[in-house]
Design a protein around this ligand. Sequence first.
Ligand SMILES: Cc1cc2nc3c(=O)[nH]c(=O)nc-3n(C[C@H](O)[C@H](O)[C@H](O)COP(=O)(O)OP(=O)(O)OC[C@H]3O[C@@H](n4cnc5c(N)ncnc54)[C@H](O)[C@@H]3O)c2cc1C
Length: 440
Amino acid sequence: MAAGRAGELGAPVLLLEKTDGCGKKILLSGKTRCNLTNTAPLSEFIAAYGPNGRFLHGAFSRFFRDELIALLARYGVAVKTERGGRVFPASDAARDVVHALERFARENKAVIQTTTRALTIETSPSPHSQSAIRVAAVRTDRATLPAAAVILAAGGASYPSTGSTGDGYEMARALGHTIVPLRAALVPLVVEETARAKAMQGVSLRNVRLTAFQCRADQIEPDRVPLYDCGRGIAGRKARPPVLESRFGEMMMTHFGIGGPITLQMSLAIVDALERGPVSVAIDLKPALSREQLRRRLQRDFDRHGRRTFRNILKDLLPAKMGEPFVELCGIASDKPANQISADERDRLAALLKSLRFNIRGPLPLTAAIVTAGGVALSEVDPCTMESRRVGGLYFCGEVLDLDADTGGFNLQAAFSTGYVAGESAARATQTNPRRSTAS
Ligand SMILES: Cc1cc2nc3c(=O)[nH]c(=O)nc-3n(C[C@H](O)[C@H](O)[C@H](O)COP(=O)(O)OP(=O)(O)OC[C@H]3O[C@@H](n4cnc5c(N)ncnc54)[C@H](O)[C@@H]3O)c2cc1C
């Protein structure tokens, strides 16, 4: 995007790409369908990035969703909108987006040089600009290339097979930029109770509520019936720990823990909270019913089907793979007839259905995160031009910046918008300083 826009304005552009092809992460995005933006109103859109979203007002006012969709249409890519305002190519093919961007760059005479790794950005003293230094060249694994402007678009540090291995952070740091500590965002979580998670592996839970709690050490009791439910503390028991975040939707059980949309969306808050102390989560498998309603419903079922075994009762309440772990957690014999289940046992089952607890060990590694949180500190970048406030002629865009958002197409829109603006600003800089410009 940056190379295409800079070329469109007449700048001579060289795009350096480390791998053998551009846009490998886009090819993976949206399960290879590329959720490229979202139809949310601007205020909601900005809110999806958390407090740092304010930085994007400048870029979005210059190039936002409509401009992106129009640009893709120019290259033959129509789009469609799905649940949650998610916008995809109508073809469901992420490669169409990559091809469109490559054509945008090539038609505007950007030269794309693949299998070339940028190593460092060289600077020289800058007598005329406000910064003390300005870019002079890019050193690659093949040559040193003079440059009037450099756009650092090297992405984050996750999914390294796509080429984004964190090089951008190192190049920016070497030039004096502050790098806000990197963390995994939109990442599956590993639980302490791995055997129980493994037993439930592959279960997809729809219409559930996931709540994360910041706990004290004495509130962590692995493999025990929960001390609290999702709604409020259980009378006579310890007070419920503070809620970090709670979301309704879809999640997955995996062999190591939990994944799926609502887990990913809550993961950064959980990762940050783990720095402060233990975190546990509770899955409310019956969020449409209060605990009291659930108790009454269970009692009705037990009365109506008195001779059915507990194992068979669970089949109506839960996905099959969750039956065995529930038998174990409830401590009720699986062949016990329903009409012999005591009130205490029924209440235990209701509590578990409302609050299936896991203690969080941590996220999967940063390399497995959909997005890298942290990055080049936004206070050191001009939000109207994407130019560095420390190095003249240096521009940033995309995930290398300290920006990350929910799933829904927000991360790509931020990369496209900041890329467009960086390309435009860099082109203008080369027009006043007509040497070769380099987009990396
Ligand atoms: C599995 C997955 C699914 C995703 N799905 C979505 C989605 O549906 N919607 C959404 O909005 N976001 C999604 N994202 C996030 C989104 O893809 C990224 O935020 C976005 O691609 C960031 O764009 P970028 O241009 O900053 O970085 P990248 O897309 O990572 O591109 C950086 C490029 O720079 C190159 N590079 C790196 N270092 C060097 C170097 N030293 N020299 C030369 N080249 C270098 C890399 O090879 C790479 O091609 C997904 C991410 C993943 C991992």
